[in-house]
Structures are given as C-alpha cells and as structure tokens.
Ligand binder design. Structure first.
Ligand code: MG
Ligand code: MG
Ligand code: MG
Length: 306
C-alpha cells in the first residue's frame, strides 16, 4: 500500500496536530495501514501540554512531500496554509471546518462542517463508522475542541461541539473546565519567545478582498503583560509590513478569561479596523469587545468592510 501523509496547516495549532494523529488512527481502523501523521511546523506550548499529558510523540515534521504523493488534509484546505506543492500531490481526503478555498481537477472525499473544530467532525466519523474511541483519542479530540472554541465560549461553538466535549470528557476522564483552563494557560506562556516569534505563533495571511493582511493572535490571561511589549511589537510589525508588502497587520491579544481582544492594527489599511468594528484606534490599538474568533469575527467582518 502506498504511503499516505496526513497533516494540518502550517503554524500548527492543537487541532491541526491532534487531528493528524487521530486521522491516522481512523484511517488505520478503515484498513489504510500505511499512513503517517505529520506536521508542517513546530508544536506550540498548548499542544505540548496535551502531548506531555498523554506521554505521546508529536507527529513527524515535514516541509514538503514528493510530487504525486497521497495526502490527507485536516484542519485546513487553503493551499496558502499547506505544503507548497499541493497542486502536484494527490489529495485523498479533506476533513475541515474552514471556508473552502481548494480546487481540484479530480474527485476526492471532502468532509467539511461549520462546527468549532475538526476534531468534532472526527468524533462524528468515529461514531458513524461504529469505531470505539479510547482514552488517548478522546483526550486528543477534546483538547482540540477546547482549544479551538476557547472552552466552548467562542461564537464558533455549535451544539455538536458541546455534545462532543461532554462525551469525550467522560472517556478521557477529565473535567473539561479544569483541564481546559490548564491547557489554555500553558499556551499563553510567552516567556521563552522573542517579539518576532510572538507575532508568528498563530499568524495567518488573509486577503480581505484587495487588502493583503496578516492577522496574528495570541491567547492570554493577562492582556497588560502582552501590551507591555507594544512598542517592540509595533516596530517588528512595521518591518514585516514592509518586507511582505502588506496593507494591514492585525495583532489580536485575546483575553481567554473575559472573551475580548485588544487589537494592534498597523499598515495603510489600518483604518479598516475602525470601520469594521465601529471603534477608534488610539495609539494604533482598540478593544474589540466579545471578539475572540478570527474565523468568525474577523475574516467575514473585515472582508465585508474592505
Ligand atoms: Mg487550526
Ligand atoms: Mg481547527
Ligand atoms: Mg485557532
């Protein structure tokens, strides 16, 4: 059997990492035994917490795969977020919860649902196929759902996510509130990162119509701690804007306790943030009340107003 590479997006988050591991298990259960869970970047601290909790290894790091290889995409479908030669490989399956940005000239298995996390779809796939979910798989799944939905508080959260967390927490033998907050907090420790690393921890290139942008995000339990770095963050953001010819750089400092984001917006299209959210940028920053989700509360609103 030919090898199949399974991976999530570049700059992987907990959903991308756990979904590649879980999908590898699922494919094996389906009889596809030559699968390998991969990642396209470094493990973040939140994901490290999950892997350490379970005592398991991270998926294999790959930068690219050979042309013609079989691949399965999880937690993404946009070529911008994938391997560079995505147009030269054979995509067997996609399991995802993002806007569809993929075009292929061949048929494939494509499962997308507007739910809070890829792992919620994986949970359904196990159920539909009558596959048992063991403690390890349940922990991987529930960790990702808690991560993507910020403990089911993000507006991306659906009833399916809530149901999945309920059942998976029991199998995983965790209290989702307690375990989840510990896990999220592990991900907010910025002490070992320099300014450039902080800006790239969770950064996505997104075009709001013609407005070429980067939207980066960090989760924190202490916004002021991150805002203390504002001058240095702004210097580096301006450099990146010049280097990458961007119109806008939005840096969201997301308060996981109160579910708000403080935004720092730079670039010649920064005023788009004022228009989109009805706020005034003072010193390039504003509080975006209730905004925690880039997918649901940034991309559509910014695109609409661009
Ligand atoms: Mg993701
Ligand atoms: Mg996800
Ligand atoms: Mg995310």
């Amino acid at each position: 059997m030919e090898k199949t590479y399974i991976f999530g997006h570049k700059n992987p988050d907990t959903d991308s990492i756990t979904s590649s591991l879980v999908m590898a298990d699922f494919e094996t259960k389906l009889g596809n035994t030559n699968v390998i869970a991969c990642r396209l970047g470094n493990i973040n601290k939140e994901t490290e917490y999950v892997l350490n909790y379970l005592g398991i290894e991270a998926p294999e790091f790959i930068e690219t795969v050979e042309d013609g290889s079989n691949v399965i995409l999880v937690d993404h479908n946009s070529p911008k977020e994938s391997i560079d030669n995505l147009d030269k490989v054979k995509i067997l399956k996609v399991i995802d919860h993002h806007v569809i940005a993929l075009n292929t000239s061949y048929q494939l298995f494509y499962r997308a649902e507007p739910v809070g996390c890829t792992e919620t779809i994986m949970y359904k796939l196990y159920k539909e196929n009558g596959f048992a979910i063991d403690k390890k798989i349940a922990t991987l799944m529930v960790s990702a759902i808690i991560s993507d939905t910020l403990l089911l508080k993000s507006p991306t959260t659906t009833d399916d996510d809530i149901n999945a967390v309920k059942e998976l927490s029991e199998i995983a033998e965790i209290n989702p509130e307690v375990y989840g907050l510990e896990m999220l907090k592990a991900g907010t420790d910025l002490s070992s990162f320099n300014i450039d690393e902080i800006l790239h921890l969770d950064a996505k290139k997104i075009d709001f119509k013609e407005v070429q942008s980067i939207v980066a995000q960090v989760n924190t339990a202490d916004v002021s701690e991150v805002m203390n770095l504002k001058a240095d963050l702004e210097n580096r953001m301006n450099e990146i804007i010049n280097e990458e010819n961007l119109d806008l750089f939005m840096f969201l400092i997301t308060d996981i306790v109160n579910s708000n984001s403080q935004v720092i917006a730079l670039g010649k299209s920064a005023l788009l943030v004022e228009k989109a959210y009805g706020v005034k940028l003072e010193d390039n920053t504003a509080l975006l009340k209730g905004v925690v989700s880039r997918k649901k509360q940034v991309v559509p609103i910014m695109t609409e107003n661009a």
